[in-house]
Ligand binder design. Structure first.
Ligand code: GLN
Length: 486
């Protein structure tokens, strides 16, 4: 096995036993990244010099016996998360030259835990999309099949972890942007409970939905990353003052006696037959390990997509108002006639078509006379969706479903059909609307070799249950051990 194919836990063991240095591991990963990037385009910025400097520091910590599970492990960060001194573009032209003067809290925590940062991962512009094709800098390709999308919006993160050009990555998930690309690239991804991970220093898309979370190749690897980034942050008023449990211990809980809900609305029409088969087979594996299955109903599921596509664009239109050419935006040019011209030039040249579409949708939904009919109504239906989950979790410990209705589609297949693209997230966005944790993990491949994902959803702050389920599943199956052909 090659170094880049090790799990994070295995690589960490080698480092702590001093069988390899972090500098050696980092050099191997830089070589892997350089070999795969011409085909993948998973990174927007590469930071090999910074990585080697961080690796040297990690080697000192390792020698001094002060190393933790992530010390010296090379990783990548989604380019919507601020990194001090390293460009953070959100894959938008409007932030092309933005170099943050500070780190997002989660980045600062990872640095304190020994981060080696290889670079910044590609995404859909401002995290709006499901295929990474909305990046202003060109799409990422899927390492299982270069013709396929990697999913989105955190497509670069998922593709890179799958291809072994990062041991782990941090993405963001507003409606499915961690879980759906994890599913399409055959890796594990978790959207923690809203408020579990600080959002300070993350470029805002939809503030009542956004949440950051980890990608890794196994559930055990993912638990190590979550352990570091989870927890209250006084700099983010929406982060929750809830103690962080021992996620590694949760891996050993097993699933015996766990009540697992199968929501009828998530197994209806529109699911590709091979996805259905793989998910049903996975559920049987969990049943054989002692999980108790219950059919449940989440009756307002069908409204989720409509509610999301009012609330998310409305919040986006408000969050993106700051890119006006004054504090943020394209560099100002002399020929602006008036203030209005400056706004118009900056925003029409700086934003891509999907971002403009969202701003228009959101502005409309919030405008006088329409606010009550759209945004107000969507908020009410959101409450009904939350209640569906509350009632379900009175009967079950966790819910299981597919992540996406189909495996990865081809690049270019849906770019001209926003509605079709939006449907990629039907099974993931309800958890964002309800603020719940969700996890995606690989459960098989289609006949053409494209990964299929299994989703677990849990009550607020029940990340441990999701990890226990995922670990039990991975101990019984080998889906997560397969590597893409790249
Ligand atoms: N695909 C969804 C959207 O375009 C979700 C994106 C996300 O989770 N950031 O809004």
């Amino acid at each position: 096995m090659q170094l880049h194919q090790l799990s994070l836990v295995e690589a960490g063991d080698l480092l702590r036993r001093r069988q390899i240095s972090s500098v050696e591991l980092t050099q191997a990963m830089i070589a892997r990244l350089e070999a795969t990037e011409p085909n993948l385009h998973a990174y927007l910025a590469r930071t090999p010099e910074l990585a080697l400097k961080q690796a040297q520091a990690a080697d000192q910590a390792l020698a001094g016996g002060t190393a933790g599970p992530l010390t010296g492990i090379p990783a990548g960060i989604k380019d919507i998360i601020c990194t001090q001194g390293v460009t953070t573009t959100a894959a938008s032209k409007i932030l092309e030259n933005f170099v943050p003067p500070y780190d997002a809290t989660l980045v600062a925590r990872l640095k304190a835990a020994g981060l080696v940062m290889l670079g910044k991962h590609n995404l859909d512009e401002f995290a709006m999309g499901s295929s990474t094709e909305n990046s202003a800098y060109g799409p990422t390709h899927n390492p299982w099949d270069l013709k396929a999308i990697p999913g989105g919006s955190s497509g670069g993160s998922a593709a890179s972890v799958a291809a072994g050009s990062a041991f782990y990555a941090i993405g963001t998930d507003t409606g499915g942007s961690i879980r759906q690309p994890a599913s399409h690239c055959g890796v594990v991804g978790m959207k923690p409970t809203y408020g579990r991970v600080s959002r300070f220093g993350i470029v805002a898309f939809a503030s009542s939905l956004d949440q950051a979370g980890p990608f890794a190749r196994s559930v055990a690897d993912l638990a190590e990353v979550l352990q570091v980034i989870a927890g209250h942050d006084p700099a983010d008023s929406t982060s929750a003052p809830v103690p962080v449990p021992d996620y590694r211990a949760a891996l050993r809980r097993g699933v015996k006696g766990l009540k697992l809900g199968l929501p009828r609305e998530y197994f209806g029409e529109g699911i590709a037959p091979q996805v259905r088969q793989a998910v049903e087979a996975a559920i049987k594996v969990l049943e054989a390990q002692g999980a108790e299955l219950r059919e449940i109903s989440l009756p307002h599921t069908e409204y989720g997509l409509a509610v999301y596509y009012i609330i998310a664009p409305a919040e986006a239109s408000s969050n993106l108002a700051r890119y006006d050419g004054v504090k943020y935006g394209l560099s100002r040019r002399a020929e602006h006639g008036s203030l209005m011209d400056m706004y118009l030039d900056t925003r029409s040249q700086g934003f891509g078509p999907e971002v403009i579409r969202r701003i228009m949708l959101g502005t409309y939904a919030l405008s006088a006379g329409y606010y009550d009919a759209y945004y107000g109504k969507a908020g009410q239906v959101r409450t009904l969706l939350m209640r569906d989950f509350q009632q379900a979790f009175e009967q079950v410990d966790a819910i299981v479903s597919p992540v996406a209705p189909t495996a990865a589609f081809d690049l270019g297949q849906k770019v001209d059909d926003p509605m079709q693209m939006y449907l990629s997230d039907v099974f993931t966005l309800s958890t964002n609307l309800a603020g719940l944790p969700g996890m995606s993990l690989p459960c098989g491949l289609t006949s053409t070799g494209r990964p299929i994902g299994l989703q677990f959803m849990g009550p607020h702050f029940a990340e441990e249950t999701l990890l226990a389920l995922g670990q039990a599943f991975q101990e019984a199956t080998g889906h997560h051990l397969k590597h893409p052909p790249i």
